[in-house]
Ligand binder design. Structure first.
Ligand code: HEC
Ligand code: HEC
Length: 272
């Protein structure tokens, strides 16, 4: 803070800082409580926030046939990669599933950034191909199934603003980045696809591993992205679809501003 001189002012801003800290703690606390909730009761809230599932081995023959038809000309007979396309071995089911279900693969034109578009293959075919590639070389995360019931939307908005908004914007509408790369709109993405993108980092997006974002935090972010798809208007003074806690934050900012003005005024008077 630049306004340092009056002693009363620092006291008042101290109080304001404490208030802000308390508010942030209140936002953060519920998700901590949920993350630590005991898991013996089978209620929705105590199910794990994310379960990573590898597709069943029974799908391997179907996946092998589909891979030969749709993928191997570019990715090689054993998914080992070629001059045309990267190695897929060991990437894990989540990566394979993401690229197929978002319509990025099979790729038609290898010279442009693979884009989200209506998928050519079904979810079950994506799982079958994933089962086949995992059978060639295990590793990588399974397909995430997200439990949205235990997710905290306010915490999700906070994390999204820190980790995602710089590229996708706070409303998730997407934005152009440098060098002809763009961060796409998040509206078409399903909860599974959002978790897959976070955990696998497609293309130029960074990967967020469990050391950076816990499963609970990923579920919180997914919940917020779901909210962005269909923000039910809850009134509020035209702040745009930026999220449910924004108005709370605005209130805090106004409160802080008020306290500072008060502090400045008191400080000025006591020095007179
Ligand atoms: C016409 C060639 C072509 C075909 C056909 C094709 N791919 Fe790709 N694939 C690519 C290229 C090129 C990339 C790299 C694109 C990028 O990074 O944007 C890629 C990237 C990928 C990735 C991401 C790899 C990584 O390191 O993140 C996956 C997964 C993938 N492809 C799976 C498949 C599957 C499964 C099929 C069949 C359903 C398939 N691809 C068909 C060319 C192809
Ligand atoms: C440094 C910029 C950057 C950051 C930070 C970032 N992303 Fe991305 N994101 C991208 C780019 C670029 C793509 C497109 C990748 C591709 O297609 O090659 C992408 C793709 C996605 C997709 C796939 C959307 C579709 O087309 O179906 C989702 C979902 C996504 N990001 C979610 C997130 C979330 C959630 C976060 C925060 C945890 C995040 N991203 C952080 C740049 C970023």
């Amino acid at each position: 803070m630049g306004l340092r001189k009056p002693r009363v002012l620092s006291a008042v801003t101290g109080v304001a800082g404490l208030a802000a800290l308390a508010a942030v703690t209140m936002v953060a606390a519920p998700s901590k409580a949920l993350a630590q909730a005991p898991s013996q009761t089978p209620s929705a809230a105590s199910r794990p926030p994310i379960v990573y599932v590898n597709p069943p081995a029974s799908l391997i023959p179907e996946g092998k046939a589909l891979f030969a038809e749709d993928c191997q000309t570019c990715h090689g007979v054993d998914a080992e990669g070629s001059s045309r396309a990267p190695n897929l071995q060991g990437l894990g089911a989540a990566t394979i599933d993401f690229w197929i279900t978002t319509g990025r693969m099979p790729l038609a034109d290898p010279t442009v950034q693979a884009m989200e578009r209506p998928p050519l293959l079904t979810n079950q075919q994506a799982e079958a191909i994933a089962a086949y590639i995992v059978s060639l070389a295990p590793g990588g995360p399974g397909i995430p199934s997200v439990n949205l019931q235990s997710a905290n939307i306010s915490r999700g908005e906070f994390l999204f603003s820190e980790d995602c908004a710089a590229c996708h914007t706070i409303t998730g509408v997407g934005d152009a980045l440098a060098n002809n790369v763009f961060a796409p709109s998040l509206y078409p993405a399903t909860p599974t696809q959002v978790a897959e993108a976070i955990r696998t980092g497609p293309g130029n997006m960074p990967r967020f591993g469990p050391g950076t974002l816990s499963n609970q935090e990923v579920a919180d972010i997914v919940r917020y992205v779901e909210y962005l798809h269909a923000p039910d208007d809850r009134g509020g003074a035209g702040l745009g679809h930026v999220g449910p806690v924004t108005e709370g934050f605005v209130a805090i900012v106004f409160a802080l501003g008020g306290l500072m003005v008060a502090g400045y005024w008191i400080g000025g008077r006591s020095h007179a």
